[in-house]
Ligand binder design. Sequence first.
Ligand SMILES: [Mg+2]
Length: 144
Amino acid sequence: MNSQKKIILVDLDHTLYEVDSGNLYPDAIDFVKFAQKQNETYLFTEGDHNFQKNKIEKTGLDKIFGKNIRIYDEFLKIENSKKEFSDKDVILIDDKPLVIDGAISLGWETIRIKRGRYKNKDSQLKPNNTVKDLQTIVSGNLLL
Ligand SMILES: [Mg+2]
């Protein structure tokens, strides 16, 4: 049994946060609590810092993640997070094909969530798991 604690990096837009409605997806909070039970879990997002920060505060995710929030200004979060996470045992959860490809290239485990803007676009590399929602990760116990 692998007892090493994993690092879970979970994306915001189209993963936890439904951009069109401006709300969290209904399965977002349950998923984060599930991830936090067994793993060190980070909110892992990119984009304009204040814009992202406002969304995080408005949805209450700031209280749930505490210090474990990473906002990367440029749309290069995999590149920019290497220093902190590249040598760790990471599972990344994201909807964006480009981010999934970058994470796989680093040797990270990946779970692709297919909803929101990139729903119909595949990554070039093959993620470890592909799901349609976060509830499937919980019910399938996919963070081991
Ligand atoms: Mg996203």
